[in-house]
Design a protein around this ligand. Structure first.
Ligand SMILES: [Zn+2]
Length: 93
């Protein structure tokens, strides 16, 4: 999976997909992550909204780790090939 510039709407669909599958969890402590995503403008952002590049993350309510969504998606992909294909479809098409 390439972490290029994904439209924010697709990223939100990908987050919803992980939640639906019970996979929206912190990979360090296993706590369920909130599907509320934080964004801020960032030159190296991997999400776009109206041509603006954004950094996007969600924070683990237990351990406080801030999961950049590209990293969460990538690690989910490494662990689960079937979900990876679904994620790619949501993100790339
Ligand atoms: Zn955690």
């Amino acid at each position: 999976m390439e972490s290029q510039a994904w439209p924010l709407g697709r990223v939100m669909k990908a987050v919803a997909l992980l939640e639906e599958r019970g996979l929206l969890k912190c990979l360090w402590c296993g706590t369920e992550l909130c599907r509320t995503v934080c964004v801020e403008p960032h030159d190296g952002g991997f999400v776009t909204l109206d041509g603006v590049k954004l950094w996007a993350w969600t924070e683990c309510p237990k351990c406080g780790y801030q999961w950049a969504l590209w990293k969460l998606f990538r690690l989910v992909c490494v662990r689960n090939e079937a979900i990876c294909r679904e994620l790619e479809q949501v993100l790339e098409r």
